[in-house]
Design a protein around this ligand. Sequence first.
Ligand code: NDP
Length: 394
Amino acid sequence: TFRVPWVDDQSRIRVNRGYAIEMNSSIGPYKGGMRFHPSVNQSILKFLAFEQVFKNALTTLPLGGGAAGCDFEPKGKSDDEVMRFCQSFMAEMVRHMGAHTDIPGGDIGVGSREIGYLFGAYKKLTNQFTGALTGKGLQWGGSRFRPEAAGYGCVYFAAEMLATRGMAIEEQTCLVSGSGNVAQHTAEKLIQLGARVVTLSDSSGHVFDPDGIDAEKLAFVKRLKNLRRGRIREYADKYPHAVYTPADPSLDHNPLWSRRADCVFPCATQNEIGEKDAYALINNSVKLVCEGANMPCSSEAIAVLLGKKILYAPGKAANAGGVAVSGLELVQNSMRLSWLGEEVDERLRIIIREIHRTCLEAAEEYGTPGNYLNGANIAGFVKVVNAMVDQGVV
Ligand code: NDP
């Protein structure tokens, strides 16, 4: 835990609180997301790091589990402020990380801009150009398909799940929450595969577009969020058929999840689907809930979904494509070359198919057939624990 002092555009001194969590390195260097959001505290990063240990074990790549972050709010800050903050954050973080030690990547509030500033500071402080951070720009060590990987992988996983019941993703009506990295690319792949995406959201509210969000509308959202850093309500100004519903913190449910749909992709943040939301989804005959975010369903909601035999995929399996392609970014950095997009996408598909198979086999072996949650937890746990036992008491 460390202080992150920086100076804002009005020359005022600000101090944030940063954290680096190193949870388990028995199968590889610590690796996980880095989150910049006012809600960040040690407890949240510990749950992310704990989940990450088992997720990384499932990817088939040699990666341990960790997390990092800060209670800094990038929203509303100038690029200069974000840069000064990132440089100060890295001044401490650099002591803990390294290509063979701890390799942070993106998460909420940490996208290509932040990774750029962090990597620049890391390089200056260490005098080394290494793969010690992932999510780097394509021209300076990044991998093709890394920005897309978590979202695309999530849809590939959903397609595998639907196939077990003789269904396809095409023509399914889908709810997607969030409008950041994972949500944008989940929606993009769903649209490419012929599904109908009808919602997106941010922390202020959600938009419902009964006509469906197509590639052109999604391009507007990408410009809005990634370049202008605007709010999702502007979607409804641009496309008048869409309805904007502001978030209401006094409610014990989220109206987004009361929209009728076949497939649901929570891609914003933890605990965004509670028990009441799960019942609302079931009342609307939902077939599948596939977690793009980390732990977006509360444990009560998961119990409801599993009780009704809904296809449910935990984030540690469904969104593992993100860290998997980060692992591939590290491989490319070590080899000092850059693979073509088709090659990375094909590897991503193979990894996701493998994770899906591993989850189903572990679920079957331990007496809970079709339960992806048990399958993912057990398969990830067994791999990590066997490595820990092999390596002795250290
Ligand atoms: P982004 O910062 O790109 O986007 C986050 C989105 O979620 C934004 O739309 C944001 O809205 C919304 N959001 C954040 N916090 C809240 C909140 N408390 N309530 C409601 N909405 C909220 O993050 P990512 O897309 O990268 O991450 C989303 C999820 O996916 C996280 O759970 C993350 O851990 C997980 N994940 C990310 C991976 C990655 O590679 N980036 C890989 C695997 C999982 P607003 O703009 O208003 O804050």
